[in-house]
Design a protein around this ligand. Structure first.
Ligand code: SAM
Length: 261
């Protein structure tokens, strides 16, 4: 099958990474580009053996495996079709022997024969990286909570945990993840893009922002977008402005650093 070959040069000093993505599959997103650059920028924190929750076509696991002091990365991925792509991409970047990709629903192997590969890191993983999807309902962070909660059984005390969470979720909600999932402390933003449109012409993002506004209306922490002029908008305000002007609000793709206590 034909593939799109993507070379990333801005990898936070990891060197260029080239991945091939079969046409029709999710290509490398701006969030993934930012996330792998954040891994490079935070390479000083990474060593030993780690996990990539939701490894997809392998980019973050490959980036982490390219860090000098990292020996091995286990990628966990629910979509079986991504696994051969991730393996081939790891080979392509010279880290085939330093990575393994397992068909898994979170930390549980789909094929029980693969569970020992996951359990091998239980209580012994030196780091965790994750770029989880937005959860379709609720405040959008449930897959992050899942990655963090399950990760408690795997990462050692002091281990860095890098999670992609975009700006609009609001820092109070992001910091609050350590209350939702006790066992971590929050250490700050580890990587970011500039402002990017939270494109309201996209049906999925238009749906998400309505969910956000619903949560605000129920008394949840307000979401935080930029208006592009130095001001901030809640989700409800952003919807109102888009309806009036057609201007999408702005957000940033960001990687956040947590640490297992
Ligand atoms: C936003 S993509 C990130 C892919 C890749 N890590 C990257 O940054 O390019 C999220 C990935 O999480 C995977 N995923 C979703 N739910 C999962 C689950 N329960 N267990 C493992 N992987 C999951 C999706 O299939 C998808 O590949």
């Amino acid at each position: 099958m034909a593939s799109d070959v993507v070379t990333l040069e801005a990898t936070g000093g990891l060197g260029p990474i080239t991945v091939a993505i079969p046409q029709g599959r999710q290509t490398i997103t701006p969030a993934s580009r930012m996330a792998v650059a954040a891994i490079g920028d935070n390479a000083r924190f990474l060593h030993g053996r780690g996990l990539d929750w939701g490894a997809g076509t392998g980019l973050l696991a490959i980036g982490a495996a390219l860090v000098d002091d990292v020996d091995f990365v286990l990628g966990l991925e629910l979509d079986e079709a991504d696994l051969p792509v991730a393996r081939a991409n790891a080979e392509r970047n010279g880290v085939g022997g330093a990575t393994r990709f397992v068909h898994a629903d979170s930390y549980t192997a789909v094929d029980p024969d693969d569970q020992p590969d996951i359990d091998d890191l239980r209580g012994r993983a030196d780091f965790l990286v994750a770029n989880p999807p937005a959860s379709p309902t609720g405040d959008g962070l449930d897959w992050r909570r899942e990655a963090l909660r399950g990760g408690l059984d795997f990462v050692v005390p002091g281990a860095p945990v890098l999670v992609q969470i975009s700006y609009q979720y609001a820092i109070a909600r992001i910091e609050g993840l350590v209350d939702d999932v006790p066992g971590y402390r929050y250490e700050g933003v580890a990587g970011t893009t500039d402002w990017v449109p939270f494109d309201q012409s996209r049906a999925d993002l238009a749906f998400q922002i309505v969910e956000y506004a619903r949560i605000e209306a129920e008394g949840g922490i307000p979401y935080t977008f930029s208006d592009g002029a130095g001001g901030h908008l809640t989700a409800a305000e952003a919807i109102e402005r888009y309806q009036a002007t057609g201007e999408s609000p702005l957000s940033k793709w960001q990687m956040h650093l947590f640490r297992r206590v």
